[in-house]
Design a protein around this ligand. Structure first.
Ligand code: LMR
Length: 395
């Protein structure tokens, strides 16, 4: 009936499917951004287990949530983003709706923008998370790239970024990664955030901060430093939060979209359109993940437990970065991987070419995204040596 050609597999999720089908006992998955512990498992956090036990005892209805989801989740999301009693909270300049994951938050943001502005131009870092382009193109936007990663220095192309900011048009939408840039692991410097804030103000750019990794870089507060530079500059913003990684709630699809406006009235106006956009896509969010996050953040003991578990994940990833860099240095390949120690969060841009990535998969059953992005959280003490050996071989 439809006569369609087959759509290509998703570059990230398609890789997970291929990994699952691989029966080799020593296969290694450094593809999808999912945390693995030292034994290669993706555990349910203890804080999540305890919150679920609490919910099992106390939940007394499965009736619909309101369009913006669990109200306590909205409140706790704002505390995570802005900090306790921040003027944005006390002046009611922000409103938050729970969404099905960070992807849901981004799609709601796109549909909100279609209602809020005639401008259909979105700017993404080069490179960016592959799904950013897909989401905004699906919503009818034209997507451009701004320079970000400098392959020569394996760092930020600050000069290129500055030039491309100048090329952006009045009222265009600029997507920024709040921290732990996906895929490069290279974050904006403080000076770059300030420059972005300045240009955004001068050109009336709409900044959309994708904040999927809060707590995976340096800590919950440290990771929001860039966001606060934009807020301190007085910008109105959209913020997409994800609780997939920092709460390990991947399959519960739990995220949030927050709008920050100039004043209380404009915030209410904008939020009414966010709610209208949500109603047209999925009506109201699923409850379970939102209730888990709200329960944990609302109970001091559970919150403290979660913060310890988050710190453990962050520390393990950092130790794997160091072990990988040392492991590669020991193999005397002539390639210096020290830059990986300076990247933040789950991912690193390894510098591996597409051909090298393909060879690693064919010869060693090692799964890496075609861009050379490595999920450092997939490295374990057990797979470190075979991984370094295999990479040394393809260099
Ligand atoms: C990733 O970048 O691997 C994750 O954010 C998972 C996804 O949905 O792509």
């Amino acid at each position: 009936m439809f006569h369609l050609d087959r759509a290509p597999a998703d570059p990230i999720l398609g890789l997970t499917e291929a990994f699952k089908q691989d029966t080799h006992p020593d296969k290694i998955n450094l593809g999808v951004g999912v945390y693995q512990d030292a034994t290669g498992q993706t555990p349910v956090l203890e804080a999540v287990k305890q919150a679920e036990t609490f919910l099992l005892e106390h939940e007394n209805s499965k009736s619909y949530l309101a369009i913006p989801g669990v109200p306590e989740l909205a409140k706790e999301t704002q505390t995570l983003l802005f900090g306790d009693n921040h003027p944005i909270i006390t002046n009611a300049r922000a409103h938050t709706a729970q969404t099905p994951g960070g992807t849901g938050a981004l799609r709601v943001a796109a549909d909100f923008l279609k209602r809020a502005t005639e401008n259909r131009t979105v700017w993404l870092s080069d490179p960016s998370w592959a799904n950013h382009r897909t989401i905004f193109e699906a919503a009818g936007f034209t997507v451009h790239n701004y320079r970000y990663y400098d392959a020569a220095t394996q760092g930020l192309d600050e000069a290129g970024l500055m030039e491309d900011l100048e090329a952006m048009g009045q009222g265009d939408t600029l997507i920024l990664h709040g921290c732990c840039h996906n895929p490069s692991g290279i974050d904006l410097t403080e000076a770059a955030w300030r420059h972005v804030a300045h240009v955004a103000q001068a050109k009336g750019l709409i900044c959309l901060v994708d904040f999927a990794y809060q707590g995976f870089g340096e800590g919950l507060e440290e990771d929001r430093a860039g966001l606060h530079i934009l807020l301190d500059a007085g910008l109105s913003l959209l913020i997409a939060s994800s609780y997939s990684k920092n709460f390990g709630l991947y399959n519960e699809r739990t995220g949030a979209i927050t709008v920050v406006e100039d004043d209380t009235e404009s915030a209410l106006d904008a939020f009414s359109h966010i709610q209208a956009a949500i109603r047209a896509i999925y009506s109201s969010p699923p409850a379970h993940g939102g209730k888990i996050v709200a329960t944990i953040l609302g109970q001091p003991e559970l919150k403290a437990l979660w913060m310890r578990e988050l710190a453990d994940m962050r520390t393990r990833i950092k130790s794997m970065r160091q072990a990988f860099v040392t492991g590669m240095a020991d193999r005397n390949t002539g390639v210096d991987f020290e830059f990986i120690n300076h990247q933040k969060g789950m991912f690193s841009f390894s510098g591996l070419t597409k051909a090298q990535v393909e060879k690693l998969r064919a010869d060693n059953h090692i799964y890496i995204v075609g861009s050379g992005r490595i999920n450092v959280a997939g490295i374990t003490p057990a797979n470190l040596d075979p991984l370094c050996d295999a990479i040394a071989k393809v260099l």
